[in-house]
Ligand binder design. Structure first.
Ligand SMILES: Cc1cc2nc3c(=O)[nH]c(=O)nc-3n(C[C@H](O)[C@H](O)[C@H](O)COP(=O)(O)O)c2cc1C
Length: 187
């Protein structure tokens, strides 16, 4: 199963379009499951309520992951491949995607800590692709708080060997050939 995490929040999203173009080319045959974050129950971990850090810590501490808070992490752990689509927002990603990743990073579900303190992956996926578009020009590596952050999680927590970026830059420049830029991004 390929898990498509759609973190695009605008009608006519160019990032979603690029992700769907990528999916067409990928022609994945194992079935695609789409998680549309805009329609999801994802909320950031909070002091209280149904996404409280206390509930999260209780589950992680006891190993009882029956609370729905952990459903996103369980789904992620079972995916054979992951595609994430999100626009660049303020050199980073929409907060909704950050909140989702907070839930996915549940120790005991998607990763664990080994005896020597090293992270042990609990996910199946061997490939993660991050699709993004930006209004402005390509970011300097030190300014990238989107793909760089996801790549750190993918490599450090989940040991995913193949982590790719597919990005179209400069979409909001006057007179930009948006379709051409999206095509170019696919290589
Ligand atoms: C809240 C917000 C923040 C943005 N921040 C940036 C930014 O930091 N750098 C940039 O190049 N473009 C930025 N943009 C422009 C978007 O990245 C660009 O329009 C992108 O293609 C939008 O993707 P979408 O069509 O999938 O929504 C921002 C747009 C919004 C709405």
């Amino acid at each position: 199963m390929l898990l498509f995490v759609n973190a695009c929040l605008r009608d006519q999203s160019r990032t979603e379009r690029l992700a769907r173009m990528w999916l067409d080319r990928r022609a994945y045959e194992g079935g695609v499951v789409t998680l549309t974050l805009a329609d999801s129950t994802v909320e950031p971990l909070d002091a209280a309520g149904k996404s409280s850090v206390e509930l999260y810590s209780r589950g992680v501490g006891s190993g009882d992951f029956s609370h729905p808070l952990f459903d996103y992490a369980k789904q992620f752990a079972q995916a054979d491949e992951v595609l994430i689509a999100a626009p660049i927002w303020n050199y980073s990603m929409p907060a909704k995607l950050h909140a989702y990743l907070e839930l996915v990073c549940s120790q005991g579900v998607t990763f664990d800590v080994g005896d020597a303190g090293a992270y042990v992956s609990l996910v199946k996926t061997q490939r993660l692709t991050y699709v993004t578009t930006a209004g402005g020009l390509q970011m300097e590596p030190g300014d990238d708080h989107a793909f760089g952050y996801v790549r750190t999680l993918a490599q450090r927590f989940w040991h995913i060997p193949r982590v790719d970026l597919v990005a179209a830059w400069g979409l909001d420049a006057p007179g930009a050939d948006v379709e051409g830029l999206l095509e170019d991004a696919l290589g």
